[in-house]
Ligand binder design. Sequence first.
Ligand code: LIP
Length: 277
Amino acid sequence: MADLWQNAMDHAVALARRAGEVVREALQDDRKVMTKSCSVDLVTQTDQKVEQLIIQSVKEKFPTHSFIGEESVAAGEACVLTDCPTWIVDPIDGTTNFVHAFPFVAVSIGFSVNRQMEFAVVYSCLEDKMYTARRGKGAFCNGEPLQVSGQEDIKQSIISTEFGSSRDPEAVEKIFLSLRSILCIPVHGVRGAGTAAINMCHVASGCVEAYYEVGIHVWDVAAGSLLVSEAGGVLMDVDGGAADLMSRRIVAANSRTIAERLVSEIHSFSPLRDDAT
Ligand code: LIP
């Protein structure tokens, strides 16, 4: 049977590649930096330009589809996931990296139908790595199949996480408590690429056993979540329940064993949900 969404996925890959060119070109110029929720939550004209490029093109080709886009939500649009075919777009995941030319920057496009991810595209623009996944058909990087790590001992693992952009003292305290507990298990190391999407690609690729973060948004993790599950990994809430992409909390791991062990060390908190009205 023909794959209903293959056409949309091909379009997403082409758009991510074109968006990557825009990002690479913009790195040659001065980047005008603006702020959103706080002084460390950055946005540039390139984030806005890339999101417009993607949304306009999708609207022309698939006029009935819906969107959740990071910059559209920042501009006041609702962040609601319905049963409709929905493109969940982060035009530049790793904006702070982009601003500083720190070399991990991704275009992240997830596509959901009936609130289930159908395909995922994460383009790591500066590495020229195109990560793709289709529900039930596996995960790939530049066409090569991905498989999560088989490591089940957290003491032999690398864990990735981020500090995020909240500077609320209570949140920062929880972040440091979690980090201390995890480091002292002890694990082999803690890493963070500065983009949730690429951190999740690292889990899918098997070079990192697990990634967790509290404070991310649905556009940061929608595509990455399918890449991880299609590469054989698991998703979980930081308290051990079912993952909820709107909750701003995620654990993405190679296995349930590693995810549950990690959860037992995380000091969780609950930021305002993405779909809170
Ligand atoms: C960022 C993430 C990063 C996370 C930040 C932020 P942006 O996305 O990918 O890993 O720590 O809180 O959400 O703002 O660069 O798209």
